[in-house]
Design a protein around this ligand. Structure first.
Ligand SMILES: Cc1cc2nc3c(=O)[nH]c(=O)nc-3n(C[C@H](O)[C@H](O)[C@H](O)COP(=O)(O)O)c2cc1C
Length: 189
């Protein structure tokens, strides 16, 4: 039997770190879990930010942002990026991480994180408390260490993790379950 938990944002959420520049060219990073891939053609993703964040204003100014995917061993730094505003401190300096200027979009990415998506601002949607920014993915950069056979991305090596809004915990994603677009085939008549 199911129990009603009410109208809440209770779904596993990805841990994205949004990289932006402010008007003076200072790099900033923030945690954003209200986010995800949203279109294949053009390749797009969304991040939904509150106007209270520094990153919100940076994206509108620069019309670009990066999404940096931390590995499990970078969870504490990623969490820190969601605890404090770039208005009050230099979060990258505090964590000893390095901002690299994207050669494709007007935004920085984090050198030490295994996977980076560079986005130009494509659309903006006012939703309510959050504003949804749709970014068009211009390139994906991955550390060689997270590539598998045939130089394809091996998520098992990148070790991303997810945020659970209900218990406010980070969880490991775990082992491979089976091939997508394939294991369901057994139900075909
Ligand atoms: C796990 C986690 C997820 C978060 N997700 C979001 C989000 O999706 N949107 C948002 O506006 N703030 C989110 N936050 C809060 C921001 O990261 C936080 O307000 C941050 O200080 C904003 O940084 P900035 O002012 O430097 O841009 C999240 C924080 C954490 C810890």
């Amino acid at each position: 039997m199911k129990v009603s938990l009410g109208a809440q944002t209770l779904a596993p959420a990805p841990m994205y770190i949004v990289g932006t520049y402010d008007g003076d060219g200072r790099a900033n990073v923030m945690a954003a879990a209200w986010a995800g891939i949203c279109c294949s053609k053009p390749p797009c993703l969304t991040v939904s930010l509150r106007k209270a964040t520094c990153s919100y204003h940076n994206i509108l100014k620069r019309e670009a942002f990066t999404v940096n995917i931390p590995g499990e061993d970078q969870a504490a730094a990623a969490d820190y990026f969601g605890l404090i505003s770039g208005r009050d401190t230099d979060k990258l300096a505090d964590t000893g991480l390095t901002a690299v200027k994207s050669d494709l979009v007007d935004a920085p990415y984090i050198a030490e994180f295994p996977l980076v998506l560079e986005c130009s601002l494509f659309q903006v949607h006012e939703l309510g408390l959050h504003t949804m920014f749709v970014g068009e993915i211009k390139d994906v950069k991955a550390e060689e260490s997270v590539l598998g056979e045939g130089k394809t991305l091996d998520m098992g090596r990148a070790k991303p993790f997810f945020f659970s809004p209900g218990d406010r915990l980070y969880y490991r994603i775990g082992e491979k379950l089976g091939p997508a677009f394939s294991i369901g085939g057994k139900y075909r008549s």
